[in-house]
Design a binder for this molecule. Sequence first.
Ligand SMILES: [Mg+2]
Length: 327
Amino acid sequence: MVPDAQLALVAERIRDAEHPMKVLAAEDNPVFRSMLVSMLTKWGYEPVIASDGNKAWLALQSPDSPRLAILDWMMPGLNGVDICRAVRSSCREPYVYILLLTARNDAGDLVEGMESGADDYLTKPFLAHELRVRLRAGRRILELQEQLLAAREALREQATHDCLTGLLNRGAILETLDKELSRASREGRPLSLLMLDLDRFKQINDAHGHAAGDAVLREAAQRMKAAVRGYDSVGRCGGEEFLIVLPGCDGAGAIAQAERIREIIAAPPVADGSRSIPMTCSIGAASRSLPAVEDADGLLREADLALYRAKDGGRNRVAGAPLPALV
Ligand SMILES: [Mg+2]
């Protein structure tokens, strides 16, 4: 049986051959430079060459720039240590792993090199296999960092999104409402809020089962997302209740938008396997221009009252918070 470590190594080699990793080789000495290039190519990397410090810095600024860099310390233009400092002060993500090449052997110099932000160093002249293992170590660090970034992204997604529908969750949509409301009041622009509730959702669950209920919620979420503009936000508040934040939209605009969403939710019925499940919704609309609205709570209260009126009026309809003149 082949040990796991060996299998992992084979997998790594196959991946390297298919997607060679870019490595910046910044070296002003043409002999060293061509040695670096031939070694990197032989080991399955894709060398990106720079013959001085300024070119190296430019290569690190380019889109899709190398994330692994071999920098000679002494170069015309920016030297290796200058580049390390510049890379670190830009705090960019993803991380650039820097291996500094130095002819210097003085301990004080090496400390300066590492303190400038280099991750590792090699003293010239060095053996090929030394460089190879150092690069391998750098690459592992980068891979670990990638996994950490992906895990952080997944956690952020989990913390802010509803796992059934993929919409913002209650906390995140309320936070969005707060943020958009303060922006609207700062800029003196309108903002409206829709509170949407799927009609008789309990009956759908009772008649068709919870899996069908989930399919209806997911479909409703997709239709809402498709119906709104790119800068609107849709969130699931819990159960079958949703909030839609409409920045820049006044009361009349909100009613029109709500009416559109109501129609899109209602037709066609949700197809769940061979079944066709009718779905409608009621929507309450409120706008920040209403006198009773001072903050997010006021807006939520008004939208909730309007939703109640829509339900009371027979469902599958839109109701707006009444303006004082109409009350
Ligand atoms: Mg040099």
